[in-house]
Design a protein around this ligand. Sequence first.
Ligand SMILES: [Zn+2]
Length: 126
Amino acid sequence: MSESAITIGRFFEGVRDGQLTAIRCGKCGELAVPPKEFCPSCHQRAWQPTPLSGDGTIASYTVVRVAPARHAPDAPYAVAVVTLKEGVSLLGRLVDIPLETLAVGLPVRFRPLVLHQQPVIGFGPA
Ligand SMILES: [Zn+2]
């Protein structure tokens, strides 16, 4: 058992501090977003923390125009699946990018956000 596997709590502590951290399998090299119990490739439990650059491109996005009550003041806003250059994908809020300029393939960079006192993955212009 790997004691260094990152919990979701530790992952978001890193987000708050401006650091995205993935986990890499010490057996086969598979890179994943925590938390994960077993490596999906080799079924081992040998995760090791690996810092991510935060640089990526938009793989998919949606513009939220009618938001849940606590996010309503922010609408319209966009959320995106961003594929980082290391190959893993993360869901995050897009900030400081005009909604009409959003496009799949647009380069973006990780930006830590705090919404309602919670650390949130954000992406802004690269
Ligand atoms: Zn593995």
